[in-house]
Write a protein that binds this ligand. Structure first.
Ligand code: 76R
Length: 248
């Protein structure tokens, strides 16, 4: 049996995608809409205070295309807290005007392919910060789930760890070219959701998502082993943008 990579886990992640029920929203009277939007704003303030206390992080984006309208991406210490945030949303008046579109449950993950042997990663503040990241509030987000292939001679899980490490090194080198342009958060979802990982990318220039994902397709690890789900791309939902989105 090949040696499993050791992983470090941080905050749990819920990517909660919702579609706005536009006909219900338009049919509601102004007071009902105001009440619902007010509840959403209050939840957003609550999430911001969780973030300020560094006990979690939330990012809210408007999704482009018909797959969803809004993404609430929550990171919390425990799976229980994630479910509480989700339930609180479902109980809000605003939720009455939304439909579930898609969700993804995972946990922030770092693997030890590139770790320095003989050091305790949890003593490294940079690593601890990456396990419990405050989500960047860049202008754009890109999310997609992925697997590593298990097929014939292209079975990632049958490769010796040294071969996998070499491919991950090359993957990391490609990624590093995008330092300062794209921030990536890898969340592991084996045992939690349909795919093996969630990839969440943050950037101010959305073209950098395309360039990074395209360039990675040529890396052996993506070319031979990468299998991808749907891509969701969106725009930061600031308070102003939320007002514009909900104004009918
Ligand atoms: O932890 C590290 O930063 C070291 C190198 C590294 C690891 C171990 C790294 C770097 N990644 C790692 C693990 Mn990654 N990553 C993806 C995708 O679209 C595709 O083809 C793949 C989706 C992107 C865009 C991306 C970006 N990475 C992983 C894993 C877990 C693998 C395992 O355990 O088998 C997956 C699934 C994955 C996928 N990666 C980087 C990036 C970028 C931009 C970097 C450089 C980060 C930096 O150096 O700051």
């Amino acid at each position: 049996m090949s040696e499993a990579a050791q992983t470090l886990e941080g905050w749990f992640a819920l990517h909660d995608f919702r579609t706005i029920d536009w006909s219900a929203w338009k049919q509601a009277d102004a007071a009902e809409r105001e009440q619902a939007a007010g509840e959403l704003r209050r939840m957003m303030e609550e999430w911001a205070s969780v973030e300020a206390a560094k006990t979690g992080s939330t990012a809210v984006y408007a999704i482009v295309g018909q797959k969803a309208d809004i993404l609430f991406m929550h990171l919390r210490e425990t799976l229980d807290e994630l479910q509480e945030v989700e339930t609180a949303f479902n109980k809000s008046a605003f939720a009455d005007y939304t439909l579930p579109a898609y969700s993804y449950v995972s946990v922030v993950e770092l693997s030890n392919y590139m770790a320095q042997p003989g050091t305790d990663p949890m003593q490294n503040p940079e690593i601890v910060a990456r396990l419990k990241p405050i989500l960047p509030k860049t202008r754009h987000i890109c999310f997609y789930p992925m697997n590593k292939r298990r097929q014939g001679s292209d079975n990632w899980y049958m490769l010796p760890i040294d071969e996998r490490r070499e491919m991950m090194r090359s993957h990391g080198m490609t990624g590093r070219k995008y330092a300062g342009k794209v921030r990536q958060i890898i969340t592991g979802s084996v045992g939690f959701d349909l795919w093996e990982w969630g990839v969440t990318l943050f950037a101010d220039d959305p073209i950098q998502f395309k360039k990074l994902v395209y360039e990675m397709r040529f890396d052996e690890v993506s070319a031979r082993f990468g299998e991808f789900g749907d891509f969701y791309v969106g725009n930061l939902l600031t308070s102003d943008k939320l007002g514009e989105l909900l104004n009918v």
